[in-house]
Design a protein around this ligand. Structure first.
Ligand code: UDP
Length: 452
């Protein structure tokens, strides 16, 4: 007899689907049967997971909602609040059906939803099913989100000089100006959402993190106080299983064949993930900054990343030529393979948590252009705590970009960042080995689940 079945429920965005499906693979390798619950919105590529069962519900709950606007983060918050309302009934019916069809030989042990799907707590309470949540961000950024009511109460979010460099002692490493970009959108809707996510997380039986103890040691005791439930830091997940199988967009393999033709440690990789978007002016500044740096670069220009454009049509011909001399542009790359490639020397990133972890695991120093949410905190930790990269302080500005590329790719400062990154990479390897912190945490997670 196996160890029983787990129901996993990802939030249907790329940065959340990847870690949830990686976690599914990890737990499957530990002997559990897996059912992934999903809807038709960004539904996972089922044929890549013949070893899992998939269960979909309610195809029409988002009908009438323009999901093509999701590149706009304001809509992401609104969508999150929406799904947490409209999915309750169909999700409840779906889990109830699964429970009544389950057998003694293959009992359903628990539900593992994304922490942002806080409505699931009411459902599992009703059905008396244990619930362990997966938080796909860093611990440090979750602490910042947890501190939102305090920061609001202390007036940090209404400071007139929103560009102030003053530190915020309540959230170490962050400056006042970082808070406005962290919490910049739909403040009221965001407030409601954060409160619900925090109480939904505290009400869970346990909390799984895609991170590892050695990386976030300084914040771990605070998190354990804020969420006094068993915390399992079992990451980085993609070191067990890559994210390629869960990619929603096709990964352009020419990225790798182009890298094969470049010298070792010579290419800057540029990508802003699946949701962040920039204006045309920012895009031109990026292009000039890259062209003027005289470095080789691989640039992911995701369709829709430039607001108001389909793809590369805003590029004036002269600039496209200047860029093409040294760069290769793709719509979506096999990012983990790109970061692991010997030609890659630096990652200019929006600092989504998956991207940040993937860079750390391959020992690649970073240039950070955070845009919203957890990215600002991740970027500050990259620069100030782990000291493995630097933040572009003035948004997209060509001189600053060119100088940052020089600092990280050419100068001594960059070599030191690379050394510290290599140490972190070593720590990743150790934490996953038998007896290492993530290895032990995964063992306790398995035992914890078996205790239900
Ligand atoms: N990714 C990819 N190809 C790309 C860009 C990104 O496969 O060209 C993957 C990347 O490896 C990561 C995920 O998409 O696993 C992005 O997640 P992240 O948390 O970094 O950012 P988000 O998209 O959630 O903002």
């Amino acid at each position: 007899m196996g160890k029983g079945r787990l129901l996993l429920f990802p939030l249907p965005f790329q940065g959340h689907i990847n870690p949830m499906l990686q976690l599914a693979n990890i737990l499957h390798s530990k002997g559990f049967n897996i059912t992934i619950i999903h809807t038709s919105f960004n539904s996972p590529n089922i044929s890549n997971y013949p070893h899992f069962t998939f269960e979909s519900f309610s195809e029409d709950t988002l009908a009438g909602y323009d999901t093509s606007l999701l590149g706009n983060v304001k809509n992401v918050i609104l969508l999150l609040n929406l799904v947490n309302k409209v999915w309750i009934d169909p999700f409840h019916d779906c889990v109830k059906r699964l429970l009544s069809n389950s057998s003694v030989e293959d009992p359903i042990r628990c539900l593992i939803p994304d922490a942002t799907l806080y409505f699931t707590q009411a459902v599992t309470d009703l059905l008396k099913l244990p619930r362990i949540v997966l938080r796909t961000s860093s611990l440090c950024s979750f602490h910042v989100f947890h501190s939102f009511p305090l920061l609001l109460q202390k007036g940090y979010l209404s400071i007139e000089d929103s560009q102030s460099e003053a530190p915020v002692p309540e959230v170490p490493q962050l400056k006042v100006k970082d808070l406005s970009s962290t919490f910049k959108i739909e403040r009221d809707a965001l407030h409601v959402m954060l409160l619900a996510i925090m109480s939904g997380t505290k009400a869970a039986s346990g909390l799984i993190w895609n991170s590892f103890e050695e990386l976030e040691q300084s914040i771990l005791p605070t998190i354990q106080k804020e969420f006094p439930i068993p915390n399992f830091t079992i990451g980085p997940f993609h070191k067990y299983f890559t994210a390629s199988a869960s990619s929603l967009l096709e990964q352009d393999q020419t990225a790798l064949s182009w890298l094969d033709m470049q010298a070792p440690h010579s290419v800057l990789y540029v990508s802003f993930g699946s949701l962040a978007a920039i204006d045309k002016t920012e895009f031109f500044e990026m292009a000039w900054g890259l062209a003027n740096s005289k470095q080789k670069f691989l640039w992911v220009v995701r369709p829709g990343v430039i607001r108001g454009s389909e793809w590369l049509e805003p590029f004036p011909v002269g600039l496209l030529e200047a860029v093409s001399e040294r760069g290769h542009i793709v719509k979506w790359a096999p990012q983990q393979e790109v970061l692991a490639h010997p030609a890659t020397t630096c990652f200019w990133s929006h600092c989504g948590w998956n991207s940040t972890l993937e860079s750390i695991c391959e020992g690649v120093p970073m240039i950070c252009s955070p845009s919203f949410g957890d990215q600002m905190t991740n970027a500050r930790y990259v620069e100030a705590v782990w000291k493995v990269g630097l933040v572009l302080e003035n948004g997209m500005e060509r001189e600053e970009i060119t100088s940052a590329i020089r600092r990280v790719v050419v100068e001594q400062e960059g070599k030191e960042m690379k050394m510290r990154m290599s140490c972190l990479k070593e720590k990743v390897n150790t934490c996953l080995m038998e007896g290492g912190s993530s290895y032990r945490s995964l063992e306790s997670l398995v035992n914890f689940i078996l205790s239900f």
